[in-house]
Unconditional design. Structure first.
Length: 264
């Protein structure tokens, strides 16, 4: 399981404030804390609150690089902001994210080549997010076909079937799980799969959000999920992921498997 820390995102009020004030110490603490808790990469999103997202992205990436060379998932819909983040990354970056629109596919795959980046691809296009598995798989196949034509390594492509909040789209939970499982049959080698986990509980009661996240993550791992953007500082969530992988035979059992996993 590949864990991407979600917290360096301007959608969080404390991060938005840190970006506004250029509070390097706060960002560095977030970086170090997430890595300490098991993040193997960090999502980086300046959010909507800054008037100069290009400058904010450059500042964020440089600040992160002061304390770590962990891979960064540059998360933005703005082309100029994306290229700034990719160009300043110290390790092989991740583009988060492309969708199935032709204009986005061409530009972002060209950036992936230029910066030797991995890619997170959303199963959505100008019409939105398909309601069923078949629609999601059709868009995933379009993205995979484009990647093959471009000579992109499918081993570095992550398909995100786009989970919607359970409180408004309960019926789509099963469709996402089916998409994760059936994505493995779309190509050889198959693409990897990923989710922005916290979306599933967005808007739910604060007391149950953590429970929803943990339960859905275990179900998604059971369906074959390879990676997640999530709160790595939630110990119960991470323990759930590790245990689910154990039960799916992705690691060997030992009585101290949680400690063994975290020390590897």
């Amino acid at each position: 399981m590949f864990f991407i820390g979600e917290r360096i995102n301007g959608m969080f009020k404390d991060v938005a404030e840190a970006i506004k004030k250029k509070d390097s110490a706060f960002i560095r603490q977030l970086v170090e804390r997430q890595i300490r808790h098991g993040a193997e990469a960090l999502d980086v999103n300046v959010g909507p609150s800054t008037e100069n997202p290009e400058e904010a992205m450059a500042w964020l990436v440089k600040t992160i690089s002061e304390v770590s060379d962990v891979p960064l998932a540059i998360d933005t819909t703005k082309k100029e902001v994306m290229e700034i983040g990719l160009s300043l990354s110290r390790s092989r970056p991740i583009i988060n994210s492309v969708n199935a629109n032709d204009d986005r596919l061409g530009f972002l795959f060209s950036l992936a080549k230029k910066y030797d980046a991995s890619m997170i691809a959303l199963t959505m296009d100008k019409s939105g997010i398909p309601k069923d598995t078949e629609g999601r798989l059709e868009l995933a196949m379009k993205i995979i076909a484009f990647a093959v034509e471009e000579g992109f390594d499918i081993n570095r492509l992550y398909i995100d079937p786009v989970i919607l909040p359970v409180n408004v789209a309960q019926s789509q939970i099963k469709e996402v799980l089916r998409t994760i499982k059936e994505s493995k049959m779309l190509s050889d080698p198959p693409p990897k799969t990923i989710l922005g986990l916290s979306n599933v509980s967005q808007g739910s009661d604060i007391k149950t959000r953590a429970l929803i996240n943990r339960t859905f993550l275990a179900m998604a791992i059971g369906a074959g999920l390879d990676a997640a953007i999530l709160d790595v500082t939630d110990n119960e969530l991470m323990n759930t992921a590790i245990t689910a992988e154990l039960l799916m035979e992705r690691q060997l059992y030992c009585d101290s498997y949680l400690s063994a996993y975290k020390k590897r």
